[in-house]
Ligand binder design. Structure first.
Ligand code: FUB
Length: 338
């Protein structure tokens, strides 16, 4: 498709930011980039996609990742360093298979890596591992975080020093198996007219290794305050939660229904509710869409992935582009282009 000429959209083909649409690294496949600024440097905590030959199926078994590599760079557009294996599935005592999208946080003089992986019963749980350096290597705790489930943790630090974990992913991510924080292996996807399944949030304890209170549902509502139905595929939650704060407002963003837009919803407190505002990234090449948002040196950036290098949905590559908040608090939609 031709580059957009609409001035309200960020044109990732603009001559002066050509590097923004190139994969950040091409020697390994990477996806689900959770970016953070630690000590003035950008660290990216991605999934490490691997061609294991696992046959493709509806549960996402072909996303059979075994380890994490952390990437870092001084600034967007700068040289990217791959710090090597930061954590391997064989070093997580309780893990079975499939290391999916991670995130990281810094507190108590320690770096925490949060990761979803199926346990030995093939149920996704969220684990935590620690390191004294942002690039690892990380040492995993012996058990998953008590009360955790499903996938795609995003750990957000609020201005008052509290940390919250947002998480959940439907279908292969198993969120449909959890109701009132109870597991039902037969849990089904919702019918079109039923209320859509909601993402989850839990406040983290001071030790950063446990939940301080019960896991709660995150309400995303329309402009009339109504929750979405399953059939509202363009707006309801699917996976890939991220939280950022801008001008005192909480921006909750995620990948939608079976349409895989990255959309955002705005709220006044970290637990929600959040009111749907619009699309911030349209679907990318490949089945999944997963992002993070950071501020560095006064500019905002969107990290995301597509499948430019491989053409295969489970072998992705991470990218970065600039993100623009408009004067009215909305975000300019980015259309991923090659
Ligand atoms: O990387 C595996 C899964 O694909 C992630 O957990 C989802 O968000 C999707 O990107």
């Amino acid at each position: 498709t031709a580059p957009t000429t609409d001035s309200t959209e960020i044109n990732t083909n603009a001559a002066d930011d050509k590097y923004l649409q190139q994969p950040l690294v091409s020697h390994i496949y990477t996806a689900d980039p959770s970016a953070h600024v630690f000590n003035g440097r950008i660290y990216i905590y991605p999934s490490h996609d691997t061609a294991t030959g696992t046959p493709e199926n509806d549960n996402g078994d072909h996303f059979n990742m075994m380890d994490y590599h952390i990437l870092s760079m001084d600034a967007v557009g700068g040289k990217v360093t791959d710090h090597g294996v930061a954590l391997h599935v064989k070093d997580i005592p309780w893990a079975g298979r499939q290391l999916w999208a991670p995130d990281a946080a810094f507190a108590n003089g320690t770096y925490y890596l949060y990761f979803p992986v199926k346990d030995k019963q093939d149920v996704f749980r969220i684990g935590v591992a620690t390191s004294k350096t942002p690039e690892g290597p990380f040492t995993a705790e012996k058990e998953p975080i008590k009360g955790s489930y499903s996938i795609d943790p995003c750990v957000f630090k609020d201005d008052d020093g509290s940390y919250y974990m947002y998480f959940g992913g439907i279908w292969g991510g198993q969120l449909q198996r959890w109701n009132n924080n109870k597991y039902d292996s037969a849990g089904k996807l919702r019918q079109p007219d039923e209320q859509a399944i909601l993402p989850r949030v839990a406040k983290l304890s001071a030790d950063m290794k446990s939940f301080a209170g019960p896991v709660k549902e995150v309400k995303v509502v329309d402009s009339a305050g109504k929750l979405y139905k399953e059939k509202d595929n363009d707006r309801r939650f699917f996976e890939a939660a991220w939280m950022h704060k801008y001008n005192g407002k909480y921006y909750f963003s995620y990948s939608t229904g079976d349409t895989h837009n990255i959309v955002y919803a705005i709220g006044d407190n970290p637990n929600g509710p959040f009111t749907y505002k619009g699309v911030l990234l349209s679907p990318v090449e490949g089945w999944t869409n997963h992002h993070s948002i950071i501020e560095k040196d006064g500019k905002w950036y969107l990290f995301y992935h597509d499948i430019q290098l491989s053409g295969k949905t489970h072998l992705r590559n991470v990218k970065v582009t600039e993100l623009k908040h408009n004067a009215d608090g909305t975000i300019t939609t980015i259309h991923s282009q090659r």
